[in-house]
Design a protein around this ligand. Structure first.
Ligand code: GDP
Length: 426
Protein backbone atom coordinates (compact mmCIF):
# COMPACT_ATOMS: atom_id res chain seq x y z
CA UNK A 1 0.00 0.00 0.00
CA UNK A 2 1.29 3.45 -0.86
CA UNK A 3 0.52 6.35 1.42
CA UNK A 4 1.53 9.95 0.80
CA UNK A 5 2.26 12.32 3.68
CA UNK A 6 1.95 15.87 2.48
CA UNK A 7 1.30 19.35 3.84
CA UNK A 8 -1.94 21.33 3.54
CA UNK A 9 -0.42 24.70 4.34
CA UNK A 10 2.83 26.61 3.72
CA UNK A 11 5.10 23.84 4.97
CA UNK A 12 6.47 23.16 8.48
CA UNK A 13 3.24 21.38 9.39
CA UNK A 14 5.10 18.56 11.14
CA UNK A 15 5.19 16.10 8.22
CA UNK A 16 8.57 14.81 9.43
CA UNK A 17 7.18 13.81 12.80
CA UNK A 18 4.18 12.06 11.23
CA UNK A 19 6.43 10.29 8.69
CA UNK A 20 8.89 9.22 11.38
CA UNK A 21 5.97 7.84 13.39
CA UNK A 22 4.32 6.01 10.48
CA UNK A 23 7.68 4.71 9.24
CA UNK A 24 7.56 2.24 12.11
CA UNK A 25 5.01 0.20 10.16
CA UNK A 26 6.48 0.91 6.73
CA UNK A 27 9.08 -0.77 4.55
CA UNK A 28 10.08 2.07 2.26
CA UNK A 29 10.06 5.87 2.60
CA UNK A 30 10.49 7.97 -0.53
CA UNK A 31 11.26 11.66 -0.95
CA UNK A 32 9.70 12.64 -4.27
CA UNK A 33 10.30 16.39 -4.73
CA UNK A 34 12.17 19.40 -3.41
CA UNK A 35 15.69 19.37 -2.11
CA UNK A 36 17.67 20.46 0.88
CA UNK A 37 15.81 23.78 1.03
CA UNK A 38 13.33 22.83 3.74
CA UNK A 39 13.88 20.89 6.92
CA UNK A 40 12.00 18.35 8.93
CA UNK A 41 12.65 18.38 12.64
CA UNK A 42 12.38 14.96 14.21
CA UNK A 43 12.65 14.07 17.86
CA UNK A 44 13.00 10.39 18.74
CA UNK A 45 14.98 8.03 20.96
CA UNK A 46 18.25 8.94 19.20
CA UNK A 47 17.87 12.66 19.86
CA UNK A 48 16.79 15.69 17.86
CA UNK A 49 17.52 15.88 14.14
CA UNK A 50 16.95 18.42 11.39
CA UNK A 51 16.74 16.42 8.17
CA UNK A 52 16.81 18.27 4.88
CA UNK A 53 17.34 15.72 2.17
CA UNK A 54 17.17 12.33 3.84
CA UNK A 55 13.71 10.78 4.12
CA UNK A 56 12.29 10.75 7.65
CA UNK A 57 12.50 6.95 7.73
CA UNK A 58 16.23 6.75 8.31
CA UNK A 59 15.85 6.10 12.01
CA UNK A 60 14.53 2.57 11.67
CA UNK A 61 16.58 -0.46 10.84
CA UNK A 62 13.88 -2.19 8.82
CA UNK A 63 13.22 0.63 6.36
CA UNK A 64 14.72 1.57 3.01
CA UNK A 65 15.00 5.31 2.41
CA UNK A 66 14.77 6.50 -1.16
CA UNK A 67 15.65 9.72 -2.95
CA UNK A 68 13.25 9.70 -5.89
CA UNK A 69 13.82 11.09 -9.37
CA UNK A 70 11.78 14.23 -8.54
CA UNK A 71 14.23 15.42 -5.90
CA UNK A 72 16.90 18.09 -6.38
CA UNK A 73 19.82 15.90 -5.40
CA UNK A 74 22.66 17.73 -3.71
CA UNK A 75 25.16 14.86 -3.50
CA UNK A 76 27.73 16.26 -1.01
CA UNK A 77 24.86 17.50 1.15
CA UNK A 78 23.30 14.02 1.17
CA UNK A 79 26.57 12.37 2.17
CA UNK A 80 27.14 14.95 4.90
CA UNK A 81 23.64 14.51 6.27
CA UNK A 82 24.09 10.75 6.26
CA UNK A 83 27.35 11.10 8.21
CA UNK A 84 25.73 13.50 10.67
CA UNK A 85 22.95 11.05 11.43
CA UNK A 86 25.25 8.04 11.88
CA UNK A 87 27.71 10.05 13.98
CA UNK A 88 24.83 10.67 16.42
CA UNK A 89 24.42 6.94 16.97
CA UNK A 90 21.78 6.07 14.37
CA UNK A 91 22.64 2.75 12.64
CA UNK A 92 23.63 3.27 8.97
CA UNK A 93 20.32 3.48 7.09
CA UNK A 94 19.70 1.73 3.78
CA UNK A 95 19.65 4.48 1.15
CA UNK A 96 18.80 4.28 -2.53
CA UNK A 97 19.10 7.14 -5.01
CA UNK A 98 17.17 7.11 -8.26
CA UNK A 99 19.33 6.84 -11.37
CA UNK A 100 16.93 9.39 -12.87
CA UNK A 101 17.35 11.99 -10.12
CA UNK A 102 18.98 15.20 -11.29
CA UNK A 103 22.01 16.71 -9.67
CA UNK A 104 22.14 20.00 -7.84
CA UNK A 105 25.33 21.70 -9.04
CA UNK A 106 27.34 24.27 -7.05
CA UNK A 107 26.51 26.86 -9.73
CA UNK A 108 22.78 26.42 -9.08
CA UNK A 109 23.37 27.60 -5.54
CA UNK A 110 25.48 30.52 -6.81
CA UNK A 111 22.82 31.56 -9.32
CA UNK A 112 20.19 31.44 -6.57
CA UNK A 113 22.31 33.71 -4.39
CA UNK A 114 23.14 36.12 -7.25
CA UNK A 115 19.50 36.36 -8.28
CA UNK A 116 18.32 37.06 -4.74
CA UNK A 117 20.94 39.82 -4.52
CA UNK A 118 19.88 41.23 -7.92
CA UNK A 119 16.22 41.33 -6.85
CA UNK A 120 17.24 42.84 -3.50
CA UNK A 121 14.09 44.03 -1.68
CA UNK A 122 11.80 42.36 -4.23
CA UNK A 123 13.19 38.87 -3.67
CA UNK A 124 11.08 35.73 -3.14
CA UNK A 125 12.78 34.91 0.14
CA UNK A 126 14.65 31.93 -1.30
CA UNK A 127 16.69 29.73 1.05
CA UNK A 128 19.47 30.03 -1.55
CA UNK A 129 19.72 26.25 -1.87
CA UNK A 130 19.69 26.47 -5.66
CA UNK A 131 16.18 25.08 -6.06
CA UNK A 132 14.77 27.50 -8.66
CA UNK A 133 17.88 27.45 -10.93
CA UNK A 134 18.01 23.65 -10.55
CA UNK A 135 14.42 23.03 -11.67
CA UNK A 136 14.72 25.68 -14.42
CA UNK A 137 17.66 23.73 -15.83
CA UNK A 138 15.88 20.41 -15.48
CA UNK A 139 12.95 21.57 -17.57
CA UNK A 140 15.22 23.45 -19.99
CA UNK A 141 16.91 20.06 -20.45
CA UNK A 142 20.34 21.29 -19.40
CA UNK A 143 20.45 19.50 -16.05
CA UNK A 144 22.58 16.45 -15.25
CA UNK A 145 20.82 13.20 -14.46
CA UNK A 146 22.60 10.72 -12.16
CA UNK A 147 22.60 8.15 -14.99
CA UNK A 148 24.67 10.52 -17.16
CA UNK A 149 27.56 10.22 -14.70
CA UNK A 150 27.83 6.58 -15.63
CA UNK A 151 27.50 7.06 -19.39
CA UNK A 152 29.87 8.21 -22.12
CA UNK A 153 32.38 10.75 -20.77
CA UNK A 154 32.83 12.51 -24.09
CA UNK A 155 29.08 13.13 -24.33
CA UNK A 156 29.05 14.39 -20.77
CA UNK A 157 31.92 16.80 -21.47
CA UNK A 158 30.11 18.12 -24.58
CA UNK A 159 27.09 18.84 -22.43
CA UNK A 160 29.26 20.52 -19.78
CA UNK A 161 30.71 22.80 -22.46
CA UNK A 162 27.26 23.74 -23.68
CA UNK A 163 25.99 24.43 -20.16
CA UNK A 164 29.04 26.58 -19.36
CA UNK A 165 28.55 28.62 -22.54
CA UNK A 166 24.97 29.40 -21.53
CA UNK A 167 25.71 30.05 -17.87
CA UNK A 168 28.73 32.22 -18.56
CA UNK A 169 26.69 34.71 -20.56
CA UNK A 170 24.57 35.36 -17.49
CA UNK A 171 27.53 35.34 -15.14
CA UNK A 172 29.45 37.84 -17.21
CA UNK A 173 26.74 40.22 -18.37
CA UNK A 174 23.99 40.03 -15.76
CA UNK A 175 25.64 39.14 -12.47
CA UNK A 176 29.23 40.28 -13.13
CA UNK A 177 30.60 37.23 -11.35
CA UNK A 178 33.45 34.76 -12.05
CA UNK A 179 32.83 32.43 -14.99
CA UNK A 180 32.43 28.65 -14.86
CA UNK A 181 35.36 26.55 -15.95
CA UNK A 182 34.19 23.47 -17.92
CA UNK A 183 37.10 21.36 -16.65
CA UNK A 184 36.16 22.15 -13.07
CA UNK A 185 32.47 21.40 -13.64
CA UNK A 186 33.43 18.07 -15.19
CA UNK A 187 35.68 17.09 -12.27
CA UNK A 188 32.93 18.04 -9.81
CA UNK A 189 30.65 15.63 -11.68
CA UNK A 190 33.29 12.90 -11.45
CA UNK A 191 33.64 13.47 -7.70
CA UNK A 192 29.86 13.22 -7.36
CA UNK A 193 29.90 10.00 -9.35
CA UNK A 194 32.18 8.39 -6.81
CA UNK A 195 30.14 9.66 -3.87
CA UNK A 196 26.76 8.55 -5.16
CA UNK A 197 27.76 5.25 -6.83
CA UNK A 198 27.01 2.98 -3.83
CA UNK A 199 23.40 4.20 -3.69
CA UNK A 200 22.29 4.36 -7.32
CA UNK A 201 19.28 2.26 -8.21
CA UNK A 202 16.53 1.89 -10.79
CA UNK A 203 14.10 3.18 -8.18
CA UNK A 204 10.99 3.02 -10.30
CA UNK A 205 11.53 -0.69 -10.97
CA UNK A 206 12.42 -1.27 -7.32
CA UNK A 207 9.15 0.34 -6.24
CA UNK A 208 7.15 -1.51 -8.89
CA UNK A 209 8.41 -4.81 -7.47
CA UNK A 210 7.88 -3.64 -3.90
CA UNK A 211 4.26 -2.71 -4.62
CA UNK A 212 3.69 -6.14 -6.17
CA UNK A 213 5.11 -7.74 -3.04
CA UNK A 214 2.63 -5.78 -0.93
CA UNK A 215 5.22 -3.61 0.82
CA UNK A 216 4.14 -0.54 2.75
CA UNK A 217 5.48 2.58 1.12
CA UNK A 218 5.39 6.18 2.33
CA UNK A 219 5.84 9.12 -0.01
CA UNK A 220 7.14 12.05 1.99
CA UNK A 221 6.31 15.53 0.73
CA UNK A 222 8.22 18.70 1.42
CA UNK A 223 6.56 22.09 2.00
CA UNK A 224 2.78 22.26 1.48
CA UNK A 225 -0.09 22.83 -0.95
CA UNK A 226 0.23 26.61 -0.93
CA UNK A 227 3.82 26.40 -2.16
CA UNK A 228 2.90 24.30 -5.19
CA UNK A 229 3.93 26.04 -8.43
CA UNK A 230 0.54 25.40 -10.09
CA UNK A 231 -1.96 25.46 -7.26
CA UNK A 232 -0.17 27.57 -4.67
CA UNK A 233 0.38 31.29 -4.21
CA UNK A 234 2.33 31.73 -7.45
CA UNK A 235 4.94 33.20 -7.78
CA UNK A 236 5.69 32.94 -4.06
CA UNK A 237 5.98 29.19 -4.39
CA UNK A 238 8.65 26.57 -4.66
CA UNK A 239 9.84 25.13 -7.98
CA UNK A 240 8.63 21.53 -7.75
CA UNK A 241 5.13 20.24 -7.11
CA UNK A 242 4.35 19.71 -3.45
CA UNK A 243 1.23 17.67 -4.18
CA UNK A 244 0.58 14.00 -3.53
CA UNK A 245 -0.27 13.55 -7.20
CA UNK A 246 3.30 14.45 -8.05
CA UNK A 247 4.40 11.67 -5.73
CA UNK A 248 3.60 9.24 -8.53
CA UNK A 249 5.91 11.08 -10.91
CA UNK A 250 8.65 12.00 -8.46
CA UNK A 251 8.90 8.40 -7.23
CA UNK A 252 8.08 6.71 -10.53
CA UNK A 253 4.96 4.73 -9.58
CA UNK A 254 1.44 4.39 -10.93
CA UNK A 255 -0.83 7.20 -9.69
CA UNK A 256 -3.60 4.76 -8.75
CA UNK A 257 -1.28 3.03 -6.29
CA UNK A 258 -1.47 6.00 -3.88
CA UNK A 259 -4.35 4.80 -1.72
CA UNK A 260 -4.06 7.09 1.23
CA UNK A 261 -3.24 10.79 1.24
CA UNK A 262 -2.50 11.83 4.79
CA UNK A 263 -2.54 15.59 4.73
CA UNK A 264 -0.82 17.28 7.63
CA UNK A 265 -2.62 20.38 8.88
CA UNK A 266 -1.14 22.72 11.42
CA UNK A 267 -3.40 23.87 14.28
CA UNK A 268 -2.28 27.48 13.69
CA UNK A 269 -0.49 29.06 10.71
CA UNK A 270 3.15 29.72 10.00
CA UNK A 271 4.91 30.65 6.79
CA UNK A 272 8.34 31.55 5.56
CA UNK A 273 9.27 33.74 2.63
CA UNK A 274 7.25 36.44 0.96
CA UNK A 275 3.62 36.33 -0.16
CA UNK A 276 0.08 37.06 1.00
CA UNK A 277 -0.76 35.49 4.36
CA UNK A 278 -4.32 36.43 5.23
CA UNK A 279 -4.53 35.31 8.87
CA UNK A 280 -1.08 36.67 9.75
CA UNK A 281 -0.63 38.22 13.18
CA UNK A 282 2.01 40.67 14.30
CA UNK A 283 3.68 42.21 17.34
CA UNK A 284 3.54 40.67 20.79
CA UNK A 285 0.69 38.33 19.82
CA UNK A 286 2.84 36.83 17.03
CA UNK A 287 5.99 36.77 19.15
CA UNK A 288 4.27 34.75 21.85
CA UNK A 289 2.91 32.15 19.41
CA UNK A 290 6.31 31.98 17.66
CA UNK A 291 8.07 31.50 20.98
CA UNK A 292 5.70 28.75 22.09
CA UNK A 293 5.33 27.12 18.68
CA UNK A 294 6.77 23.81 17.44
CA UNK A 295 9.30 22.16 19.70
CA UNK A 296 11.21 25.27 20.72
CA UNK A 297 9.92 28.15 18.70
CA UNK A 298 8.92 28.67 15.09
CA UNK A 299 12.26 29.27 13.42
CA UNK A 300 13.31 27.80 10.08
CA UNK A 301 15.07 24.41 10.31
CA UNK A 302 17.35 25.37 7.39
CA UNK A 303 17.86 29.09 7.83
CA UNK A 304 16.97 29.82 11.47
CA UNK A 305 14.72 32.60 10.13
CA UNK A 306 11.77 33.52 12.38
CA UNK A 307 8.62 32.18 10.73
CA UNK A 308 5.65 34.46 10.04
CA UNK A 309 2.77 33.53 12.36
CA UNK A 310 -1.00 33.48 12.06
CA UNK A 311 -4.25 31.98 13.31
CA UNK A 312 -5.67 28.81 11.79
CA UNK A 313 -6.85 29.57 8.27
CA UNK A 314 -9.75 27.30 7.38
CA UNK A 315 -10.08 28.75 3.86
CA UNK A 316 -6.45 28.01 2.97
CA UNK A 317 -6.38 24.66 4.80
CA UNK A 318 -9.59 23.36 3.21
CA UNK A 319 -8.20 24.29 -0.19
CA UNK A 320 -4.85 22.76 0.79
CA UNK A 321 -6.58 19.47 1.63
CA UNK A 322 -8.72 19.50 -1.51
CA UNK A 323 -5.84 20.12 -3.87
CA UNK A 324 -3.85 17.34 -2.19
CA UNK A 325 -6.82 15.01 -2.51
CA UNK A 326 -6.66 14.37 1.24
CA UNK A 327 -8.21 11.12 2.39
CA UNK A 328 -7.48 12.00 6.02
CA UNK A 329 -5.94 14.84 8.00
CA UNK A 330 -3.38 14.82 10.79
CA UNK A 331 -3.76 17.91 12.97
CA UNK A 332 -0.44 18.91 14.53
CA UNK A 333 1.01 21.20 17.21
CA UNK A 334 -2.32 21.48 18.96
CA UNK A 335 -0.61 21.44 22.38
CA UNK A 336 0.96 24.82 21.60
CA UNK A 337 -2.42 26.59 21.78
CA UNK A 338 -3.23 25.73 25.41
CA UNK A 339 -2.26 29.20 26.64
CA UNK A 340 -4.94 31.11 24.76
CA UNK A 341 -8.22 32.39 26.26
CA UNK A 342 -9.79 32.51 22.84
CA UNK A 343 -8.82 31.01 19.48
CA UNK A 344 -9.62 32.95 16.33
CA UNK A 345 -10.26 30.72 13.30
CA UNK A 346 -10.28 32.36 9.88
CA UNK A 347 -13.46 31.01 8.27
CA UNK A 348 -13.79 33.37 5.32
CA UNK A 349 -11.97 35.95 3.21
CA UNK A 350 -13.47 39.32 2.55
CA UNK A 351 -12.46 40.42 -0.94
CA UNK A 352 -13.81 43.64 -2.43
CA UNK A 353 -16.60 43.70 0.14
CA UNK A 354 -17.71 40.10 -0.46
CA UNK A 355 -17.04 37.16 1.81
CA UNK A 356 -15.86 33.94 0.22
CA UNK A 357 -14.88 30.54 1.57
CA UNK A 358 -12.99 29.63 -1.59
CA UNK A 359 -9.26 30.18 -1.81
CA UNK A 360 -8.56 32.67 -4.61
CA UNK A 361 -5.69 33.22 -7.03
CA UNK A 362 -2.83 35.42 -5.85
CA UNK A 363 -4.09 38.79 -7.15
CA UNK A 364 -7.32 38.42 -5.13
CA UNK A 365 -5.52 36.86 -2.20
CA UNK A 366 -3.48 40.06 -1.82
CA UNK A 367 -6.75 41.93 -1.16
CA UNK A 368 -8.31 39.39 1.18
CA UNK A 369 -9.11 40.29 4.77
CA UNK A 370 -9.72 37.55 7.32
CA UNK A 371 -13.20 36.86 8.72
CA UNK A 372 -12.77 35.27 12.12
CA UNK A 373 -14.90 33.04 14.27
CA UNK A 374 -13.71 32.85 17.87
CA UNK A 375 -13.65 29.65 19.88
CA UNK A 376 -13.04 29.37 23.63
CA UNK A 377 -9.61 28.19 24.77
CA UNK A 378 -8.98 25.14 26.98
CA UNK A 379 -6.32 26.77 29.13
CA UNK A 380 -4.31 23.69 30.03
CA UNK A 381 -1.50 21.48 28.83
CA UNK A 382 -2.74 18.58 26.69
CA UNK A 383 0.63 16.88 26.22
CA UNK A 384 0.69 13.28 27.39
CA UNK A 385 -3.02 12.70 26.67
CA UNK A 386 -3.48 9.53 24.58
CA UNK A 387 -7.25 9.30 24.23
CA UNK A 388 -9.43 11.72 22.33
CA UNK A 389 -12.17 11.63 25.00
CA UNK A 390 -9.66 12.81 27.57
CA UNK A 391 -9.01 16.07 25.76
CA UNK A 392 -10.75 19.10 27.32
CA UNK A 393 -14.16 19.79 25.81
CA UNK A 394 -13.09 23.11 24.27
CA UNK A 395 -10.11 21.41 22.67
CA UNK A 396 -12.37 18.75 21.13
CA UNK A 397 -14.62 21.55 19.92
CA UNK A 398 -11.63 23.24 18.22
CA UNK A 399 -10.68 19.98 16.49
CA UNK A 400 -14.24 19.27 15.41
CA UNK A 401 -14.70 22.81 14.07
CA UNK A 402 -11.53 22.39 12.01
CA UNK A 403 -12.66 18.96 10.82
CA UNK A 404 -15.98 20.40 9.70
CA UNK A 405 -14.26 23.26 7.90
CA UNK A 406 -11.79 20.92 6.18
CA UNK A 407 -14.42 18.41 5.12
CA UNK A 408 -11.84 15.68 5.77
CA UNK A 409 -11.71 13.34 8.79
CA UNK A 410 -9.06 14.31 11.32
CA UNK A 411 -7.75 10.85 12.14
CA UNK A 412 -4.68 11.88 14.10
CA UNK A 413 -4.06 14.68 16.56
CA UNK A 414 -0.46 15.45 17.41
CA UNK A 415 -0.02 16.89 20.90
CA UNK A 416 3.76 17.10 21.18
CA UNK A 417 6.88 16.81 19.06
CA UNK A 418 7.81 13.27 20.15
CA UNK A 419 7.09 10.07 18.24
CA UNK A 420 4.51 8.96 20.79
CA UNK A 421 2.75 12.28 21.23
CA UNK A 422 -0.21 11.27 19.13
CA UNK A 423 -3.92 10.67 19.58
CA UNK A 424 -5.38 8.25 17.05
CA UNK A 425 -9.06 8.77 16.32
CA UNK A 426 -9.71 5.58 14.35
P1 GDP B 1 7.84 19.58 8.46
O1 GDP B 1 8.80 20.21 7.53
O2 GDP B 1 6.44 19.58 7.97
O3 GDP B 1 8.28 18.23 8.91
O4 GDP B 1 7.81 20.46 9.76
P2 GDP B 1 9.02 21.08 10.62
O5 GDP B 1 9.85 20.00 11.14
O6 GDP B 1 9.66 22.19 9.90
O7 GDP B 1 8.19 21.80 11.77
C1 GDP B 1 7.46 21.18 12.68
C2 GDP B 1 8.02 21.50 14.05
O8 GDP B 1 7.04 21.22 15.00
C3 GDP B 1 9.20 20.63 14.42
O9 GDP B 1 10.06 21.37 15.23
C4 GDP B 1 8.57 19.48 15.19
O10 GDP B 1 9.43 18.90 16.15
C5 GDP B 1 7.44 20.18 15.86
N1 GDP B 1 6.25 19.39 16.07
C6 GDP B 1 5.66 18.48 15.25
N2 GDP B 1 4.48 18.06 15.75
C7 GDP B 1 4.34 18.73 16.93
C8 GDP B 1 3.31 18.76 17.93
O11 GDP B 1 2.28 18.11 17.83
N3 GDP B 1 3.52 19.60 18.98
C9 GDP B 1 4.63 20.37 19.12
N4 GDP B 1 4.72 21.16 20.18
N5 GDP B 1 5.60 20.38 18.19
C10 GDP B 1 5.45 19.57 17.13
Amino acid sequence: MVRAIVGANWGDEGKGKITDMLAKESDIIVRFQGGSNAGHTIINNYGKFALHLLPSGVFYHHTTSIIGNGVALNIPFLIRELNDVTSQGVPAPKILVSDRAQIMMPYHILFDTYEEARLAGKSFGSTKSGIAPFYSDKFAKIGFQVSELFGDEKMLMDKVLNVCTLKNVMLEHLYHQPLLDPGEVFSTLMEYKEMVAPYVCDVSKYLYDAIKEGKNILLEGQLGSLKDPDHGIYPMVTSSSTLAAYGAIGAGIAPYEIKNITTVVKAYSSAVGAGAFVSEIFGEEADELRRRGGDGGEFGATTGRPRRMGWFDAVASRYGCRIQGATEAALTVLDVLGYLDELPVCVGYEIDGKVTKDFPTTAYLEKAKPVYKKLPGWKCDIRGIKKYEELPENCQKYIETIEEELGVPVTMVSNGPGRDDIIMRK
